[in-house]
Design a protein around this ligand. Sequence first.
Ligand code: ZN
Ligand code: ZN
Length: 346
Amino acid sequence: MDRRSLLKKLLLSPFMLPSLSVFAQDRPSLPAHHGENGFINTDPNFSEAGISELAPWIIKKLPEMFSAGVKIEIPREYNDGSVYKENRPYTATWIGHSTVLVQMEGITFITDPVWSNRVGPFKWTGSVRVSDPGLSMEKLPPIDFVLISHNHYDHLDESTIEDIVDRNPKVKFFVPLRVRDWFEERGIRNVEELDWWEGATFNGLKIVCTPAQHFSGRWLNDKNQTLWCSYAVFGKKRFYFGGDSGYCSHFKDIGKSFGPFDLALIPIGAYEPRRLMSPVHMNPDEAVETFIDVRAKKMIGIHWGTFVLTDEPMDLPPKRMAEVAVEKQLSKDDLWALKLGEMREW
Ligand code: ZN
Ligand code: ZN
């Protein structure tokens, strides 16, 4: 999208954002993250691990992709869904991994919904779910829209999406560029595709697709052919969903343009070994930096305790997050690691 149509789309929005100056800056006709052979990360410090570094680790992890997996104990709170019948203006419920149910000013949405027991290209292979979802699909309140951050299997899950559409025929999906095709192939048409810094509206809420530092792909031949992103959602309060991301300079830009956020969902898991993971997944220390950069008042640590993706112990991310809060003299009460199924007001 060129600069003129980008600006037009933004200015057509029904209410002004806190700072539109970011959109008025000179942008090349093709944004920097649109590479010749797919989308690219633009932070000058981004340095992806090479295949020669990745291959031995992938080979070591292969048996896990086929194993049945063992359930682990992640703190859990009973939730039968009845709490959503009360009209609370701002709630967030951690269902597992990056799946969070959010109520915001009468609208209910969900981030990267995944209920499957295994995430991968086939039902018999892929990362195994080691903790059950905190809320069953049957107990969900009606869903108005879904935010999808990118097309990795642990964020875009076919059977979950089909279930959500079956139960919520009018549900709308916001997805980053080139992810709409995946939905259309499955006959799902209520999908709005956004580029970084593009905005959309939904019944009085404003949704802006914001950058992240990551990658995409569902098979061997589609790396970075679709975009990855984070999202800001504005009503009377401000909400941020960090998607999947390495630590990068985008967060300060997002904080400057759209902060302070009342609540931010920030990934804290899937970060070891660091040399391989740090370009694309942050550790809890970096997640807390991100919390500061985006100028959030509260954060929920997500992307942990659910799927075995990397080498750190499954229950370590929230423990480390709490330590970092102490080291940085932040209030532990502002950095939340929710129990599975736990709902909090924000
Ligand atoms: Zn990912
Ligand atoms: Zn992920």
